[in-house]
Design a protein around this ligand. Structure first.
Ligand code: PHE
Length: 452
């Protein structure tokens, strides 16, 4: 089959448009909010190395595979897997992979939107001067008062979901592409400024040491799973989102090169976030393992004390919200794409339906920070359980299945044709996707279950 089919949702206008949008989906709260706090909780340096290894050896090959499957199938993840398994004479049940992915996307978005809501609220807190001259106690108080109030969280979560739905309803070119073009450069400029600020703090070297020193004693089996889960989460892999973005990809673009660029940018943003946060943590004697509130309890101190901090504070949280938006639209796109293609409903209605479900699910996360904070599943709050289930179980399982399908089921002649890279490079990819990635995911699971 030579594939001349195009997606009914349109196509990216150019290579840079695809890279921008895919980077937009990758770069988000995962890099700036989640990476620093899980690094803090898991002891720093050794965790960071394991994370980077997972990105290089598991993440990039799977990203190439997932984009390739999407471009060859050209439809939503469920149909794409149906088409491709028929082409490969493989079992029909491979399409369950599409379902797993869509479920993971909605579950992740349900809490992602709540945290993006926090960032939105912080835009206004920064704007109204709440951080001005604030010390550690004031900033911690501000945060705990805020998350302790369910009505506030519901308000911001709702606002963020409405914004996401409005953008997704407008479709690929208009909604997704334009929003990222301005955001990415803006994000980099602000991060660079904040890194310069971090370099002036007294805890700078301690922060850098924490982030890059290799103390493998602190690394538990569970930490390895969390690092791997974060590689999947941050690159947005294993849930069909890279697959639908691949479906909108024109033929003449090199999937391998694009994937490497995207993974590099994504990891760079995460490291920069760490380089900014940890010096502040050590300068003010904060606890690096304080959890999901980490950036909300550290950055305001910096904004409150630096020159021009008011402006930087507002800009930072604005950009964070936009970065979250460009990831949120990717999280819901597989489901919207599937609803439109298989139920024949309009994009608008598809957005509304999936949006309402996700919005309601979000209440579990909201309440887990206040009125349901005592509700525990295996010692985890509802938010923690959702995060663990999606990032550390569903995404790696989805990624494992993608690797097995691309490496073992799909005919090599098809993957080689689709990737169109020099044969040596193809052989490297094939080795990584056939053996390295599936084995690594499997071993990490065995290790966490105590078998290994
Ligand atoms: N990669 C995004 C982030 O780091 C989150 C995401 C996960 C987006 C899965 C799409 C798919 O914030």
């Amino acid at each position: 089959m030579t594939n001349t089919k195009k997606s009914i949702h349109g196509e990216w206008s150019s290579r840079s448009a695809f890279i921008l949008a895919a980077t937009g989906s990758a770069v988000g709260l995962g890099n700036i909010w989640k990476f620093p706090y899980i690094t803090g909780e898991n002891g720093g340096g050794a965790f960071v190395i394991v994370y980077l290894l997972c990105v290089a050896l598991i993440g990039i090959p799977i990203m190439i595979a997932e984009t390739m499957l999407g471009r060859r199938g050209r439809e939503n993840p469920v149909h794409t897997m149906q088409v491709l398994s028929a082409e490969a004479d493989a079992d029909k049940r491979w399409h369950y992979l599409g379902w797993l992915g869509m479920a993971a996307g909605l579950l992740i978005l349900s809490y992602y939107s709540v945290i993006a809501g926090w960032a939105s609220a912080y835009v206004f807190k920064a704007f109204s001067g709440s951080f001005f001259g604030a010390d550690v106690t004031a900033v911690e108080q501000l945060f705990s008062d805020f998350v302790g109030n369910p009505m506030q969280l519901i308000f911001w979560h709702t606002l963020f979901m409405v914004a996401t739905m409005l953008i997704v309803a407008r479709g690929v070119g208009d909604g997704l592409e334009k929003s990222v073009r301005i955001l990415m450069p803006g994000l980099f400029i602000l991060l660079a400024l904040l890194v310069m600020y971090a370099m002036t703090t007294s805890g700078y070297f301690q922060g850098i040491h924490f982030l890059f020193s290799l103390d493998f004693n602190k690394l538990t089996g569970n930490a390895i799973l969390i690092a791997m889960g974060q590689a999947f989460f941050s690159l947005g892999l294993g849930m069909g989102c890279v697959m639908v973005y691949g479906a909108y990809l024109p033929k003449n673009i090199s999937i391998a090169k694009a994937s490497i660029v995207i993974a590099a940018v994504d990891s760079l943003v995460a490291l920069l976030a760490g380089i900014i946060i940890f010096p502040i943590v050590f300068t003010y004697g904060l606890n690096p393992g304080s959890g999901p509130g980490l950036i909300f309890e550290t950055l305001p101190i910096a904004f409150g004390s630096m020159t021009g901090g008011w402006l930087f504070g507002v800009l930072f949280f604005v950009i964070l919200v936009f970065a979250a938006l460009s990831s949120a639209i990717a999280l819901i796109e597989p489901t919207v794409c599937w609803l439109v293609e298989s139920k024949g409903i309009t994009r608008g209605l598809a957005c509304l339906q999936s949006g309402v479900v996700t919005w309601l699910l979000g209440f579990c996360t909201i309440f887990s920070f206040n009125i349901w904070s005592d509700v525990k599943i295996f010692d985890h709050t509802l938010f923690e359980a959702l995060d663990y289930l999606t990032a550390n179980v569903m995404l790696p399982v989805g990624g494992f299945a993608i690797a097995v399908f691309a490496g073992w089921m799909m005919k090599q002649q098809h993957s080689a044709q689709e990737l169109d890279i020099p044969s040596q490079h193809y052989q490297i990819w094939l080795f990584l996707i056939k053996y390295m990635a599936p084995a690594a995911v499997f071993l990490v699971f065995l290790h966490v279950m105590g078998v290994l």
